[in-house]
Design a protein around this ligand. Sequence first.
Ligand SMILES: *Cc1c(COP(=O)(O)O)cnc(C)c1O
Length: 390
Amino acid sequence: MNLPDKRGYFGEFGGKFVPETLYLCLEELEAAYLDAKKNKEFINELNYYLKEYAGRPTPLYFAKNLSKYLGIKVYLKREDLLHTGAHKINNSLGQALLAKFMGKKRIIAETGAGQHGVSAATVARLFGLKCDIYMGEEDIKRQKMNVFRIKVLGANVIPVKSGTKTLKDACSEAIRDWVTNVKNTYYLLGSVIGPHPYPMIVRDFQSVIGREAKKQILKKEKRLPDYLVACVGGGSNSLGLFYPFYKQKTVKFIGVEAGGLGKNYGASSLLEGKIGILHGTKSFVLQDDFGQIKNTHSVAAGLDYPGVGPEHAFYKITGRANYVSVKDNQAIEGFNLLSKLEGIIPALEPSHAIYYLKELAKRQKNSLVIVCLSGRGDKDLEIVQKYTKK
Ligand SMILES: *Cc1c(COP(=O)(O)O)cnc(C)c1O
């Protein structure tokens, strides 16, 4: 299995649709990554920080109350227990170490809701790197606490005033900075998106989720699961869980996208998007008839992105994974369900996946399911409170 191929393609998806200056940055990055991947010192150091700093391995918890309620056997992969409260730290640790190995002194990152900004600022502190976070002016207004968190961590937030002043504009500004300052600067991308080699690098760093889950389920159940279920924003926690099971065709993958308020008012790129190019990669993109990027909406900020990783596009076209959509109000239902039954308050992103279990349970009684609980719900309490008052 060679995913992606040497040119960075997953079938017809992926690639590097970028100007020449950026092309050179990406080649330097790819060479450094392929070296690091084989370097014992790099691997040992990454494993050390994943264990001692982030808190790996995370438990694979048998959710007995939820299982009884649904009539299927549900295990939760507890990424919510990690330092900073979500799976994003797996990737940030990996890339920050890579930056250190490359001799870079400064990290830049883009952020929408601020979760990736927090995770990048965290690892920058850990490794003593300077850190600038690009964030749209609109998002800065909406996400005051995360902006403050980033500042407490000693990083700098750079407001982006162009375009819609949101995530996609922050992405474009970060890329501009990188091209200008590549000598000392590392661009830490937050999901399996962007030009090659990012979708591969982020997937590899997140695959620790699936590798652990596979060992854990074989130990607990003496067999592979029937289904893996995870929410899809850019697609990194889902691919991290799915990828190590790619060759085991009896294990079915279900990716859950944000349906927002319903058809055409969400962020379901794989279900409602068309093939196009966004941020240097070819994949499914939410766009109008003229190819302009659509405004997306989801109650879960982390799912609110108009594109999706190219490897997911490939899984969709080849039928390796199925993609479904769950709406805002249903995600809130999933949020309450897990809180009430298990005493675990999930982030709104994986609440989409939790809700979908209800649908799955109707058709597939007694099946064995692993869900990626990508993050904890502390950050979302205010949103849920406002939503419930409505
Ligand atoms: C950012 C985020 C996501 C969405 O990103 P993916 O790359 O699709 O994983 C999902 N869950 C949580 C908790 C997040 O913070």
